[in-house]
Design a protein around this ligand. Structure first.
Ligand code: FEC
Length: 308
């Protein structure tokens, strides 16, 4: 008999399981095209620089999925069971959907550990999950974004406020909100990504009482096509030229400690800031912040239209 529980497919980017797994991972990101020896060495070097061969995103995703399960169990005991589905690593999104089906689940809700929707990011996760669900005959619905959920904003405001404490508030200070860049062509698709990111930034800035802020991009891909800019390295240099000596980085497009934060911001941007004499600090990532877990749980509940 089919299970009456609702499956919750929690989707995240995924990370290699070990240094040996980087090539397979990178090949998957490049849609089956293996990286060149130089590209592989460059990416491996970034992982080594950050964590010496440990991949924090995996543990963080595991903890976030467990945290969401715990919240859902508190709100609606016994109704939901969480599964993991990763974009570029095992268990893949399709594996997560198949695992739910194998366990007898016939209705499920999908949610991505990324608050902002783009057809090229969250849209890609949803497309793959939906295709697998349709193939198996599993009914699925999705949370597309939660970028203005009051508890998400509250958690980010709290982080910005506590990070501001380490600066000299009597002197000029720029807050740089950032998110992963995407190819510029999304602009022609009327994609909500940029608008949603600006809305989150504005809401957090207002809540934290910050007036001097800017949204900027980071971590653009190394391809020939144009990516959305300006990049944080340019924005940082420009702030330096305009006399700022203090910058707070708030990567609101991400929810975990991982490569794009621990390398691109904490190592690369930090080194650039040091070179121009700018004090550069970053807000703490959300990871398993209870307010973020509430955001996810409440977004899942809102999407649950099935009778009890
Ligand atoms: O810690 C880790 O191991 C993984 C960190 C990681 C996160 C992440 C999130 C996003 N990405 C997004 C878009 C793209 C596009 C391309 C692309 C490429 C990479 C590469 C690595 C990588 N991404 Fe990523 N991303 C992370 C890591 N990403 C490594 C490959 C080398 C490089 O370019 O640095 C280009 C793919 C292509 O060539 O077609 C596009 C977006 C997000 C935020 C939303 C989400 O989490 O899904 C958007 C974390």
């Amino acid at each position: 008999m089919p299970d009456l529980k609702i499956g919750v497919l929690v989707m995240s980017y995924g990370t290699p399981e070990s240094m040996d797994g980087i090539e397979e991972y990178y090949t998957h990101i490049r849609r089956g095209h293996p990286p060149t020896t130089e590209q592989l060495a460059e990416l491996s070097g970034r992982y080594e620089a950050v964590v010496g061969g440990v991949f924090p995103l995996r543990e963080n995703t595991n903890r976030q999925v467990a945290g969401l399960q715990e919240k859902l169990d508190t709100i609606a005991p016994g109704r939901y069971v969480c599964y993991q589905g990763l974009k570029h690593a095992r268990p893949y999104i399709e594996d997560g959907v198949a695992a739910m089906f194998k366990d007898g689940i016939r209705t499920a809700i999908g949610i991505v550990l990324a608050p902002h929707y783009s057809v090229m990011s969250v849209g890609g996760y949803i497309k793959r999950a939906r295709e697998k669900a349709d193939e198996l005959g599993l009914e699925m619905t999705f949370v597309e974004s939660y970028h203005l959920h009051p508890k998400l904003i509250e958690a980010l405001v709290h982080r910005v406020k506590s990070a501001l404490d380490v600066f000299d508030r009597t002197r000029p200070l720029k807050v740089l909100f950032s998110a992963h860049s995407l190819p510029e062509k999304i602009r022609e698709m009327n994609d909500p990504y940029e608008r949603q990111l600006n809305e989150t930034s504005a809401a957090v800035a207002e809540g934290a009482g910050v007036s001097d802020w800017q949204f900027t991009w980071q971590s653009a891909g190394r391809t020939r096509e144009p990516w959305l800019g300006p990049d944080i390295l340019e924005t940082l240099a420009e702030a330096g030229e305009r006399g700022y000596k203090q910058v707070l980085s708030a990567p609101i497009g991400f929810v975990s400690d991982h490569l794009e934060v621990l390398y691109d911001l904490d190592i690369e941007a930090q080194a650039a800031a040091r070179e121009i004499g700018v004090k550069f600090e970053r807000i703490q990532m959300l990871n398993t912040d209870p307010l973020y877990m509430d955001t996810l749980a409440e977004s899942v509940r809102t999407q649950d239209k099935w009778p009890f």
